[in-house]
Design a protein around this ligand. Structure first.
Ligand code: PMP
Ligand code: GLN
Length: 383
């Protein structure tokens, strides 16, 4: 094993999905929807393959997708980018995260992350030889947020990057403008680069809107924003994502990306370009349907005896297991298929301070209603 990857075994998503397959349990672990994306988009991909669009596309991405991304960032957020030089299409957000961290952080550099953090952040910071500085999100008024003083204390002379994931996986927090302003002020003061993971940008609820950090004063020039078609159009298996940033950043990220994968698959890029231009009404419906599923899952988890937190976005609910008499989420997650026929993700794997996350399980609600209903019926037998 490469020394920098020591301690990184199989991801929790692979472990828990394998457990679900092996035991036949209902999989509310890994976040992937069980309903299809917009039909015309699926047909575009099939037609592109049949039509012979099967060779290497340009490294930065097909022009129509880069143009569609620019129009989307401009119309939705008022952020102007040049499709030639300020957009890079990647193999999902995962590759964008990897290439951005490898390009922008080096040995000894410090990277501030909010914990719990998405697992690939820790792995990529380690691969870069950099050091992560976690700032813990804690429950306050029913949502998870950070203490501005703790964030300020995490920034030091070696800090290069701050990773900001909003809407946040796994806590479901959508950072407010005030919270973002605390982050932006630190970035301006210490000349930091922000890498923003915005894969759930459309999946917010109760009228809460996602605000990209790049919209704040002085931040467009220092923000590398990451999006993904996987979540927006329910095609997590297509692995099409993109980076939006000033040209020097995009060049740096592409320098890494070209040696990771060179380019991302052509037929899916064209289908996603079509969807960004034509299927936003479908996305609005998805968002409404997910909001109802969130409430359905929360009602069920509460009836089963958990304390559930209502996320403002994403696919996930955090459930506190202590009211049911449990204390260790990892232990319960491993036992859950046998005890209840359900799989969930133990949130503690996303923490450095595992004790802060030991009591939480993450349940996904991007599932058909009958699947959610059956899962909570099974969970109610835990008492
Ligand atoms: N970031 C976050 C916060 C995620 O939840 C995920 C999983 N969808 C990713 C990145 C990876 O996205 P993709 O599947 O497009 O690689
Ligand atoms: N993003 C998905 C989740 O949080 C899983 C992605 C993966 O399997 N790596 O569940």
């Amino acid at each position: 094993l490469v020394s920098r990857m020591q301690g990184f075994g199989t991801t929790i998503f692979a472990e828990m999905t394998a457990l679900a397959v092996r035991t036949g349990a209902i999989n509310l672990g890994q976040g992937f929807p069980d309903s299809p994306g917009p039909q015309p988009m699926l047909e575009r991909a099939a037609a592109a393959i049949q039509g012979g669009d099967n060779q290497y596309p340009p490294g930065p991405g097909v022009p129509e997708l880069r143009e569609a991304v620019c129009r989307q960032r401009a119309q939705r957020y008022g952020l102007a980018y040049d499709p030639d030089g300020e957009i890079l299409v990647t193999v999902g957000a995962t590759e964008a995260i990897a290439a951005a961290i490898l390009a922008l952080a080096g040995p000894g550099d410090e990277v501030v992350v909010f914990e719990p953090y998405y697992d690939s952040y820790a792995a990529m910071i380690a691969l870069a030889g950099a050091v992560r500085r976690p700032v813990t999100l804690r429950p306050e008024g029913g949502r998870f947020t950070f203490d501005p003083d703790e964030l300020r204390a995490a920034v030091g002379p070696r800090t290069r990057l701050i990773l900001v994931n909003s809407p946040h996986n796994p806590m479901g927090t959508v950072f407010t403008r005030d919270e973002l302003e605390v982050i932006a002020a630190l970035c301006r003061e210490h000349d930091l680069t922000a890498v923003t993971d915005e894969v759930y940008e459309y999946l917010t609820f109760d009228g809460v809107e996602h605000v990209p950090l790049a919209c704040l004063e002085g931040m467009r020039e220092r923000t590398v924003a990451i999006s993904s078609a996987g979540k927006t159009f329910s095609v997590t298996g297509w692995k099409i994502g993109w980076v939006t940033a000033p040209a020097p950043y995009v060049r740096a990220v592409q320098t890494v990306k070209q040696f990771l994968t060179f380019t991302a698959s052509a037929p899916y890029q064209r289908a996603v370009a079509y969807a960004l231009e034509n299927e936003m009404a479908w996305v609005a419906e998805l968002r409404k349907s997910l909001e109802a599923k969130r409430d359905r899952l929360i009602t069920g988890l509460e009836a089963a005896g958990f304390t559930a937190f209502r996320p403002q976005g994403t696919y996930f609910v955090q459930a506190d297991i202590r009211p049911l008499g449990f204390a260790d989420g990892m232990e319960l997650a491993r036992a859950l298929p046998g005890r209840a026929g359900v799989v969930a993700i133990p949130s503690q794997v996303f923490y450095d301070h595992t004790e802060a996350g030991a009591r939480f399980l993450r349940f996904a609600f991007c599932k058909q209603d009958h699947v959610i209903d059956e899962a909570v019926a099974r969970l109610s037998r835990l008492r």
